[in-house]
Design a protein around this ligand. Structure first.
Ligand code: HPA
Length: 264
């Protein structure tokens, strides 16, 4: 495979999908090797100007990791199958565990902008599913369980590490919206009634593909803003980016602590 020809075949312990605000962590890996998505055969081509769009392999806190610095979003026009292709590539590289981060809007009114939230479950009401279509039996079963999609043992490690760092870690249900429009206030009220604590435009397809392949997933959201209709102000991408930047240091510290403790 092209990627192993570049990074070697030493086992990788954790695949990381670094969302808004956390991408710089990939620049901190030791002995790193970087591969642009555009150089990887069959990889989707990045559309968003200014996004980094590359894989970075290296060491973090004593673990060998492979980071996606920039992910593919449904709102960019990719099919769910393209959005999850890198996760399937990680699986083909022998990766069995995934840490996924994202920026999300807070739906739970006990949250505030800048909080981190452990994703304990998700809601996907859009009809599409990355596993729709002929099933690839070598990857997983046609019908597969999602009741431990966000791994309970990994969640426990995240809780412990947050406590040790003296950081508040919220937890809750992440609901997928396709975007790129932010949600309406009515959609946010509906999401809350349905049991959502946060909303966002990523992560859910990746988590579904990972479950299909029996990969264990740990998901953490950065609540970059309160969702539509909760506060008087307008929602902007600028606020999302600014909060991501503000929280970056503590988010990175938590991810590093979790990585150090990650069971091998
Ligand atoms: N909605 C959807 N996605 C998001 C939001 C939001 O409010 N904030 C960051 N990503």
């Amino acid at each position: 495979m092209y990627i192993t020809s570049r990074i070697g075949s030493e086992p990788i312990q954790i695949g990381m999908v670094l969302g808004s605000g956390l991408g710089d962590l990939a620049d901190e890996l030791g002995d790193s090797i970087t591969i642009s998505y555009k150089d990887i055969p069959h990889f989707p081509v990045s559309t968003v100007f200014g996004h980094k769009g590359r894989l970075v392999a290296g060491t973090l806190e004593g673990k060998r990791v492979l980071c996606m610095q920039g992910r593919f979003h449904y709102y960019e026009g990719y099919g769910f199958d393209q959005v999850v292709f890198p996760i399937q590539v990680m699986h083909a590289l022998g990766i069995k565990e995934l840490l996924v981060t994202n920026a999300a809007g807070g739906v739970n009114t006990a949250f505030k902008s800048g909080d981190l939230m452990l994703i304990t479950d998700h809601i996907r009401l859009v009809a599409d599913n990355p596993m729709r279509g002929p099933n690839i039996e070598e990857l997983g079963e046609r019908f597969f369980d999602m009741s431990n999609a966000y791994d309970k043992a990994l969640n426990e490690i995240a809780r412990t590490k947050a406590r040790e760092l003296g950081m508040a870690l919220q937890e809750g249900v992440y609901m997928f919206f396709a975007g790129p429009s932010f949600e309406t206030p009515a959609e946010i009220r509906a999401a809350r009634i349905l049991g959502a604590d946060a909303v966002g435009m990523s992560t859910v397809p990746e988590a579904i593909a990972a479950s299909h392949m029996h990969m264990r997933v740990l998901g953490i959201s950065c609540i970059t803003n309160m969702a539509a209709g909760i506060l008087a102000q307008k929602l902007t991408h600028t606020e999302v980016m600014e909060t991501g930047e503000r929280v970056k240091e503590s988010f990175t510290a938590l991810v590093r602590a979790i990585t150090r403790e990650w069971p091998v």
